[in-house]
Design a binder for this molecule. Structure first.
Ligand SMILES: Cc1cc2nc3c(=O)[nH]c(=O)nc-3n(C[C@H](O)[C@H](O)[C@H](O)COP(=O)(O)O)c2cc1C
Length: 189
């Protein structure tokens, strides 16, 4: 699949079928994550793959952002000790930014492999860290739920129009020369 197709088609998936995800498929997603750019190449990230039902259930219980129990999850954690030792005072923020890039790689690689995902940020960080047996300096920053979508992908939610968010040369500069497509906001799905 072309990366531009994956970018355009990907949607957050919150309802998964019962089909389990082969651990090797999850491994491909971790490989994609670790290809992400990293500020100062510090790579303070850790990827904890969870597919055991009991642990998933426990994680869901401390994560209000998870809609339904997924077949698998990847917790993207940041070693704040490494991030600050190598990235200086701004190391933690860089680590979080790295985690976001890694997450996007997971989302796109998963979509290309027929898997659905959803980024979860609404969770109790300390409780998730404990359930994942993370050492104190390793903090879960993003959860990505993973599974085969139940039914067709949801329609995309409303996006802001280009007139609101795109600018040429300066803030407020007319972006029409950019030929942006789909300038009209779509209805909520
Ligand atoms: C930083 C961030 C945090 C998010 N947290 C949650 C969450 O806790 N629970 C959830 O169901 N979706 C969460 N989402 C998914 C967004 O709701 C979703 O990306 C947005 O509505 C756009 O829909 P789309 O991903 O289908 O394009 C999060 C997304 C991002 C980028």
């Amino acid at each position: 699949m072309e990366v531009t197709t994956a970018i355009a088609e990907r949607r957050s998936v919150r309802r998964f079928s019962d089909r389990s995800v082969d651990p090797r498929e999850l491994g491909r997603l971790v490989e994609a994550a670790a290809c992400a750019p990293s500020g100062s190449n510090v790579q303070a990230w850790h990827f904890v793959v969870v597919a055991g039902r009991d642990r998933l259930t426990a994680l869901k219980s401390v994560s209000p952002g998870i809609f339904a129990l997924p077949p698998a999850m990847i917790a993207i954690c940041v070693d704040r000790g490494r991030a600050m030792a190598r990235g200086g005072a701004g190391g933690s923020l860089l680590g979080l930014m790295d985690a976001c890039f890694a997450a996007q790689n997971i989302l796109l690689a998963a979509h290309a492999r027929g898997l659905g995902t959803c980024v979860i940020r609404s969770f109790h960080q300390a409780a998730v860290g404990k359930l994942l047996q993370c050492p104190p300096e390793v903090v879960p920053e993003i959860l990505v739920t993973v599974g085969y979508p139940e039914g067709p992908l949801p329609r995309g939610p409303r996006r802001r129009s280009w007139a609101e968010i795109a600018h040429l040369e300066r803030h407020g500069g007319d972006p029409s020369a950019l030929g942006l497509e789909g300038g009209e906001a779509v209805d909520p799905g």
